[in-house]
Design a protein around this ligand. Structure first.
Ligand SMILES: [Zn+2]
Ligand SMILES: [Zn+2]
Length: 133
């Protein structure tokens, strides 16, 4: 591909297509980094301590709350109220979920928050006395 422009995307452009490629790839990298950091902020879900994680897995039977997929390797622990919004590593705020459903929840966390909190609180009540955090 040949380009005759002296200036490309506000950058001085020597006229060589390789030069254009470099400008393009730098711009692409910057955009991608911006997107990634935005994404990381929006879907923040930090890992829980392994002791807490194991307790939640036992409470929930290591089973996804939505689809029932089972097994510690298939499921993750989700903070119903995100840590970034003051959610804590306590049973009432944690639920077992598979990675597909986890992604789904993170696309619209507000929509699932109340529903998941009710389940987590009910499970905690059923579980209380048997084990302590
Ligand atoms: Zn699932
Ligand atoms: Zn999550």
């Amino acid at each position: 591909m040949r380009d005759e422009y002296g200036v490309y995307r506000n950058k001085t452009f020597c006229g060589d297509s390789r030069c254009k490629e470099i400008i393009d790839s730098r711009k692409f990298d910057r955009n991608r980094r911006k997107k990634e950091s935005k994404k990381a902020k929006g879907v923040l879900h930090r890992g829980v301590r392994s002791r807490v994680r194991n307790r939640i897995l036992r409470r929930d039977n290591a089973e996804c709350v939505f689809c029932g997929l089972r097994g510690p390797g298939n499921v993750q622990i989700h903070h119903i109220v995100p840590v970034s919004e003051g959610g804590k590593d306590i049973g009432e705020n944690l639920i077992t979920i598979c990675s597909d459903d986890h992604n789904m929840v993170h696309l619209d966390m507000d929509r699932y928050e109340k529903f998941l909190l009710e389940i987590a609180i009910r499970r905690e009540n059923e579980h209380s006395g048997r084990e302590k955090l």
